[in-house]
Design a protein around this ligand. Sequence first.
Ligand SMILES: *Cc1c(COP(=O)(O)O)cnc(C)c1O
Length: 413
Amino acid sequence: MTAADQPRKIGQATAAIHTGQQPDPATGAVVPPLYLASTYVMDTVGVPRAGYDYARSGNPTRTSLEVALAAVEAGDRGFAFPSGMAAEDLLLRVLARPGDRIGYGADVYGGTYRLLTSILPAEGRSAVPLDLADLAALRATLAELQLVALWLETPSNPLLDVVDIQAVARLVREAGTLLVVDNTFASPALQQPLTLGADIVVHSTTKAIAGHSDLVGGAVVVAADVHLPGRRVGVGGSTLVSDELAYWQNATGSVASPHDCWLTSRGLKTLRVRTAAAGESALSLARRFDQHPQVAEVRYPGLANHPQHELATRQMRGYGSLLTLRFATAEIARAVCENTRLFSLAVSLGAVESLIEHPASMTHATKAGGASAISEDLVRISVGLEDIEDLAADLEQAIALATGTAELPDTTS
Ligand SMILES: *Cc1c(COP(=O)(O)O)cnc(C)c1O
């Protein structure tokens, strides 16, 4: 066989636009239609025409999205859920049976933290926070703890610490357990954890993938041949994680709606260009405000002073659209959030519009009072696609108002 005979593997941006998005054979419509039907006609008892019988079990619009998600994450199978938390919940229940233990990187999304530390224990499963920066300690802990899976987020939220996925994946494999990466922050445009040795990726598609702040959704993408912990046979009869997820998803009804899937597919098509543009603006803001006299610290993986800057450069295609600013006091941090005009004071991230928030009292309020509580002098910014000069000017005026350094109108004449 010559090289010309080999099917050429398409790139990620091409896959985001074309995989699962073939023109409609019935009409030639370039964009596949949105299938809202809940039930499908059969010509013979029990034999569906095209594999679809009832929309909880399968829907063509959902299939379109699921195959595209699997392609952009370089995975084997994708699953679309009604929210990121629904995806996480089902995945955790499939992986961990009562009595099992999950490890997690300490700096995870507030909702994930709540799921791991309050819902899981109520059902007899436990979760232990781990330091993923200390690889020697992690190796020892993995050997000792018998985890069914390790769960990590990188860059982390809201501190934007970067974890070495490949190094952690190697240790996790050595210990015979599974690695799950919540890839919401970076998105597949910036890193593909399954190509670095992770077994499973989860997403809140609400964020960068859908990208327009107009839906809530989640996803799980599983690599090929990932077996349940200890190769146990799942309740659906298979040892494969993806078979078991499919069985549980249908059995429990945790499926994304056709309309949300359609919008998510639409968002996915522009993910790469949106991510590149927002990342460029984020880097520009990080550089400018790192020099600002009223800003105590800027955390952004693209700055040379970020502790894992080199790792981020190696592991990611860019540095992302999120940055965190630290101010002198909690009061100033809150006042900055309340004085922007373009940046909306709102949770969430990865959308076309820029957002600003106070993690300690908003996204990470579930951690308040705990060992992993977020410092109150931090502000998190999600950079959108507005003109960079408008964004910089807006932040500048909000900081001036919050710190009382705004120039007073000249009344001398
Ligand atoms: C938002 C988010 C989630 C939860 O997803 P929902 O779609 O809000 O349910 C999980 N992980 C991360 C990193 C998130 O940002």
